[in-house]
Write a protein that binds this ligand. Sequence first.
Ligand SMILES: NC(=O)c1ccc[n+]([C@@H]2O[C@H](COP(=O)([O-])OP(=O)(O)OC[C@H]3O[C@@H](n4cnc5c(N)ncnc54)[C@H](OP(=O)(O)O)[C@@H]3O)[C@@H](O)[C@H]2O)c1
Length: 308
Amino acid sequence: MSFSLAEVPSQKGKIAIITGANAGLGFENTLRFLQEDIKVIMACRSAEKAHTARAKLLAVVPNADLEFLQLDLSDLASVRKFAQVYRSKYSKLDYLVNNAGIMVPPYSKTVDGFESQMAANYFGHFLLVSLLLDLMPDTPESRVVSLSSMGHRQGQKRIFFEDLQWEKRYSSSEAYQQSKLACLMFANELDHRFKKAGKKILSVAAHPGATSDTDLVRHIPKLLYFFIKHLVMPVISHRVSSGVQPQLMAALSPSAQGGDYYGPQKFNEMKGPPGLAMKLPYSEDEVMMQKLWDISVKLTGADYGELA
Ligand SMILES: NC(=O)c1ccc[n+]([C@@H]2O[C@H](COP(=O)([O-])OP(=O)(O)OC[C@H]3O[C@@H](n4cnc5c(N)ncnc54)[C@H](OP(=O)(O)O)[C@@H]3O)[C@@H](O)[C@H]2O)c1
């Protein structure tokens, strides 16, 4: 299974929300969407960063239809406000790319009492999707794209239901791995629910392998960061222009199927052209997916309507 933007039909009239559009993969995803004539809503937490990024994007694609709306995924009230503002301006949504994420920060809890990585990477997106889903046309061209990671197959390889917010002990890397596993389980469970409800809209997941030129490593200690950046990444990673391909494939490939998971195909999925990626069996465990969904509904207050 391969993918090239050349196979994508005209996207005129399509509208997308990309979370974390101001940096890294979100920025690159936004650029590629604009080049395909898709209107993009940059869902970012920092207005200043979003405006700087918007100016850079417009310098490359001058006639682009590009708007910033404020969204802090680590605050459920902000997620609700974002959805409210979006709905007051638009009556349709074709692509929702749940791209934003943080990795290995020091321990902190959000205003809602969530561990920060679970909040920004997972719970915020879980609520966001529920608030916008009814605006998405029921066709296979409408996509909810969730960003996971090779990391979902590492560490404890499970959801810590007994201590979901890491209150008893905190491992920043295990918390990241868990949050990315949760993103993939969400994509799988959403796909199941779409199919069960007879919906045609697709839930597709992707991971970018090891993508070097993004800001994701900002919380890694400086010495370790220097080592990784100069000795490890040049060997194992690819550039963001390549790293973005799996999520573009998830959003735009005419042959994508609901429940697919795309990632780079070389070096144990660390780099290379996009294709089907490996899923941890746990991510498709129906009992665990259901359990995570139910807890997420309870903790975020999300209402999935006919998918509930
Ligand atoms: N790079 C990789 O090798 C790699 C590997 C596997 C998976 N991923 C996944 O790919 C996605 C993008 O990562 P990246 O490498 O592009 O990282 P990045 O350059 O750090 O970009 C992350 C984006 O998410 C935004 N963000 C973080 N917390 C947010 C919040 N609470 N509300 C709204 N936006 C928030 C950031 O905004 P600010 O600029 O304001 O912080 C930034 O725009 C993430 O989901 C990550 O887990 C990346």
